[in-house]
Design a protein. Structure first.
Length: 300
């Protein structure tokens, strides 16, 4: 009887173990089919996964990549410095002290320069990426925020939140050569190589100012959603994308080509020709303002 009882107990435990293994196999199968993995080999790196966490300065904000030296530059707004990261080792190799509350950052690949906006100092720091030294400090408008590099004219465009303007810097001399009035509280800025224009988001005006980089004048404003902030340029499709923080939306703007608006949105869409030049000649370019937007022509 004892032997039989032990055999029964063994079979019972074996059944439990088999049940547990079966349940685990079933669970892993479900996780696999849903692209979720419970276990991971520590020596294996999966695509689109965090491979490293790098300690930088206090309150890091903006980041830019230096393709010439394979370095990443990070603005640390609370510690007033720039962390330089070697992308081969994912380690900080340098810390560069700049102005107060550094925010925006842009890279000039032609001259190996990085431009940093210092919000509280009302300045822009110019860094030589070959030496990681600040080689110039440029006085701009009140509360500089965003920054973009125009590779065609070798200029840097800086948004000044406090003075509702854009400072234009000649990258050859590091001097401000123009100040362009835009909408209220400009935030971010991007350069469109496709049409040689600069797009500026105006948080307080719910608009995007379009600057002709040949004349450094605003040629028109585009009404977008509420509280526009970020802006990006898609060179492949000649589109500018704007984030509207107040309306939880994205405004998509065509920069060069005519787009036929959807039939259902004909009443809401507005096409506006782009007139430029002293004699207001038609430039034979059309800009599509997506539905729910409005364009206002400004005198050049």
């Amino acid at each position: 009887m004892l032997i039989i009882k032990e055999n029964k107990e063994c079979r019972k435990n074996s059944f439990k173990n088999e049940s547990i293994i079966t349940l685990w196999t079933f669970a892993i199968l479900i996780l696999y089919q849903s692209n979720t993995f419970l276990f991971q080999n520590v020596n294996q790196v999966w695509a689109d996964s965090v491979v490293s966490t790098i300690r930088v300065g206090s309150s890091p904000h903006s980041v830019v990549y230096d393709s010439s030296h394979n370095m990443v530059y990070v603005t640390n707004v609370a510690s007033d410095d720039i962390s330089v990261i070697n992308t081969s080792s994912n380690r900080v190799v340098d810390d560069i002290h700049v102005g107060s509350f550094p925010h925006g950052v842009a890279y000039d690949s032609s001259h190996n320069r990085v431009y940093v906006t210092n919000y509280d100092s009302k300045t822009v720091s110019v860094i030589n990426t070959s030496t990681n030294q600040v080689i110039a400090t440029i006085r701009v408008g009140d509360s500089p925020w965003g920054v973009a590099y125009d590779s065609s004219h070798n200029r840097v465009y800086v948004t000044n939140v406090g003075s509702s303007s854009v400072s234009v810097i000649d990258a050859s001399t590091n001097k401000v050569v123009a100040t362009v009035k835009v909408g209220i509280h400009p935030q971010d800025v991007v350069y469109s190589a496709g049409n040689g224009r600069v797009y500026v988001t105006n948080y307080g005006s719910n608009s995007v100012s379009v600057i002709n980089t040949s004349t450094n004048k605003v040629i028109y404003d585009i009404h977008v959603g509420s509280g526009p902030q970020g802006v990006a340029y898609d060179s492949g499709n000649n589109m500018v994308y704007v984030t509207n923080a107040g309306s939880n939306s994205i405004s998509a703007i065509s920069t060069t080509t005519f787009i036929q608006p959807p039939v259902n949105n004909n009443d809401n869409a507005m096409i506006h020709r782009d007139f430029e030049g002293v004699e207001a000649q038609v430039a034979m370019e059309y800009t599509m303002v997506m539905p729910q937007q409005q364009m206002i022509m400004k005198a050049t």
